[in-house]
Design a protein around this ligand. Structure first.
Ligand code: ADP
Ligand code: MG
Ligand code: MG
Length: 200
């Protein structure tokens, strides 16, 4: 049984920062096709703030790490993705409570709660061509393994290509949103891949 402490969550957030930094141009390019060409910039700014905040005042618990990260995303990212990802992490962190260590199964449950909060805030459901199309299957598959979660997120992000966007800026394009990967689903896949990477 793997137990995950604050250190693990800290490393996950740092790995998210590296991944969005590395892939920022691709995320912005995806957003230039069906949005306003800022998703990579938004994510990079948000996770740079997360990294800074964690280094200044490292929280002692897994829940504390996720809640601090979520707060940073909400306060530094102007776009839709900031409040949505911020809500994901804050709600998941709240679900972990003040436990010093958690299991993968507990993290899976917490992520499911976070994903439900994102759906409620944004009013989107599976198949609407949003970050949820990667996050919903990933949180579900995390009950099985980290690798299953990574694969589910990747598949979910790629499966947004043929979809018609029903939420967010991309929905303004109607049929013209078809044929492009959703930027938020792509970034969600990066965050879950970072989790699997840190889990080894
Ligand atoms: P903005 O659209 O404000 O410029 P970003 O470009 O940073 O914000 O993020 C866009 C992404 O946010 C989309 O690709 C989509 O995945 C996600 N998104 C937008 N609106 C919603 C929503 N209502 N529910 C879930 N996800 C959404
Ligand atoms: Mg955008
Ligand atoms: Mg924008």
């Amino acid at each position: 049984l793997t137990v995950l402490g604050a250190e693990f969550f800290h490393r996950w957030m740092i790995a998210c920062g590296s991944a969005v930094d590395r892939e920022a141009d691709r995320l912005t390019e995806l957003d230039s096709a069906i949005g306003d060409a800022d998703h990579g910039i938004n994510m990079r700014r948000g996770f740079a703030a997360v990294t800074d905040a964690l280094e200044k005042e490292p929280p002692a618990t897994p829940g504390g790490v996720l809640m601090l990260a979520g707060r940073q995303l909400i306060s530094t990212v102007g776009g839709a993705s900031g409040p949505l990802y911020g809500t994901l992490l804050r709600r998941a962190g709240k679900a972990l409570g003040d436990a010093g260590e958690v299991t993968r199964e507990q993290l899976a449950e917490a992520l499911n709660a976070g994903v439900a909060a994102v759906a409620q805030l944004g009013g989107a459901a599976a198949g609407d061509k949003t970050m949820l199309d990667a996050l919903l299957p990933a949180a579900e598959a995390l009950g099985e393994s980290f690798t299953a979660a990574r694969e589910a997120a990747e598949a979910g992000a790629l499966a947004t290509v043929p979809l018609l966007a029903r939420k967010g800026r991309a929905s303004y394009l109607g049929e013209r949103s078809v044929g492009h990967e959703d930027p938020g689903a792509a970034s969600s896949s990066l965050l879950i891949a970072a989790l699997a990477e840190v889990a080894g």
